[in-house]
Design a protein around this ligand. Structure first.
Ligand SMILES: Cc1cc2nc3c(=O)[nH]c(=O)nc-3n(C[C@H](O)[C@H](O)[C@H](O)COP(=O)(O)O)c2cc1C
Length: 170
């Protein structure tokens, strides 16, 4: 299975990235192909709601920014993982922009999804999990797992083992 991981953190060695790396290791150990795109370090603008993609754009977005290679990856992914730090009880702005840019697809090809979240505090995930579950359901897809990490579990061996296990369970 081809798995696309969208990492919404701007930190290349941060807590979210540690979870992403553990997930990748687990999934690759079972023969899956994992592509990680760290959208948190890229220039992806939010959807303009211009409807170009649904009209004369014929499924293509009018904005030619760093989302272009993400679209290419989404086109062939069997599974998509959203990984993000929690910012004010929501996804990072970069991840939120990326998600809004799924708009050209009626339904993405991927039929499996997972969610990895890192925060400082516990109990801050309800809004994101609700958004994620609603989106997965809207896509007619299956949730394969949700893992959250807060301090002091961020980057802990136990938490990373849990994430690796999720990757290896696919
Ligand atoms: C702008 C901003 C907003 C944040 N909001 C929250 C929050 O609402 N709740 C929380 O527990 N942590 C919050 N945090 C902390 C991060 O979620 C936390 O440090 C996370 O582990 C960072 O992941 P990273 O290392 O991948 O960037 C916030 C951090 C930033 C920079």
């Amino acid at each position: 299975m081809k798995i696309l991981v969208l990492n919404g953190s701007p930190h290349v060695n941060g807590n979210t990235t540690a979870m992403v790396n553990a997930f990748k290791e687990g999934a690759e150990s079972k023969g899956h192909t994992v592509e990680v795109i760290q959208v948190g370090t890229k220039q992806v603008k939010g959807c303009l709601a211009c409807e170009y993609c649904h009209t004369k754009g014929n499924g293509k977005c009018i904005q030619k920014d760093d989302m272009v290679p993400v679209y290419e990856a989404i086109d062939t992914a069997d599974m998509i993982v959203f990984a993000s730090p929690v910012y004010y009880f929501g996804l990072s702005g970069q991840m939120e922009c990326t998600l809004s840019r799924f708009y050209p697809y009626p339904i993405p090809k991927a039929k499996k999804y997972a969610l990895l979240l890192s925060s400082m505090s516990p109990g801050v995930y309800d809004g994101i999990i609700s958004q994620y579950k609603g989106t997965v359901s809207y896509f007619g897809a299956q949730d394969m797992g949700i893992i959250t990490a807060h301090d002091p579990d961020n980057k802990s061996a136990a938490k990373l083992a849990e994430v690796k296990k999720l990757g290896a369970s696919l």
